[in-house]
Design a protein around this ligand. Structure first.
Ligand code: G3P
Length: 224
């Protein structure tokens, strides 16, 4: 299971890349637009933080298969490292996925809300599909169950396409999706922090510090 950071906020990427076992960074047009900055400079800055081996995901803003392919080829060339283009599911998007597979460019089919959409994307050659967990939960759609169904379906049909679950609002959603075997989870920095946080952990650490200091004061192991 891989953790991926879903942001284009440079400080959040720098921070999480230092403190968390990240496999890469995902973006989409809304995430990029939030930064209100030059697109290529942002891509270059993200790459300089994560290095060439972690995977960078950028989404096409084109609507026709030919233009999506053109944009994906450019993104792939200019992203200077492991790269995957995100394409929202549509007929043109599926056509572009099949074309890009012939060019050897990795594709994530995004904005997935049903297992049937995911199966079609995988059959077109997508390397990843991204179901939107919290957006499904918001309409009482049981996002984690949709993720579970996609995982089961890919296994049943022996498809190598990975499930990269996206759109998370709680640590519980992350836990439930990991438990049903999705291969990747993309989250904000806040959700990563929420996954670590637990009040009993804080209490346990305070207890260790108190017991140590009662006997050794400020001395640490390095001082013996
Ligand atoms: O890339 C998809 C993901 O970022 C959507 O998340 O929180 O906008 O539903 P959200």
């Amino acid at each position: 299971m891989e953790y991926i950071l879903d942001t284009a906020d440079i400080e959040a990427i720098r921070y999480c890349n230092e403190f968390y076992p990240l496999a890469g960074v995902t973006t989409n047009p809304s995430i990029i637009a939030k930064e209100k900055t030059n697109f290529w400079e942002l891509v270059s800055e993200i790459r300089s933080i994560i290095g060439p081996d972690k995977i960078f995901f950028a989404q096409t803003v084109q609507k026709t298969a030919e233009k999506i392919v053109e944009e994906a080829v450019l993104l792939n060339e200019k992203s200077r490292g492991e790269f995957c283009v995100k394409i929202p599911i549509s007929e043109e998007g599926i056509k572009a996925t099949m074309m890009l597979k012939k060019l050897g460019i990795r594709v994530l089919v995004t904005a997935i809300f049903t297992p049937a959409q995911a199966l079609l994307a995988a059959k077109a050659g997508a390397d990843y599909v991204a179901p939107y967990v919290n957006r499904l939960d918001n309409i009482i759609g049981d996002g984690c169950n949709v993720v579970a169904e996609i995982v089961a379906q890919f296994k049943l049909h022996n498809l190598s396409c990975k499930v990269l679950a996206a759109s998370f609002q709680t640590a519980e959603q992350v836990h439930k999706c990991a438990a049903v075997g999705c291969q990747c989870i993309t989250v904000s920095a806040d959700i990563l922090k929420a996954v670590i946080a637990y009040p009993m952990t804080d209490a346990a650490i305070e207890g260790f510090d108190r017991d140590w200091q009662n006997v050794y004061g400020d001395k640490t192991i390095l001082d013996f």
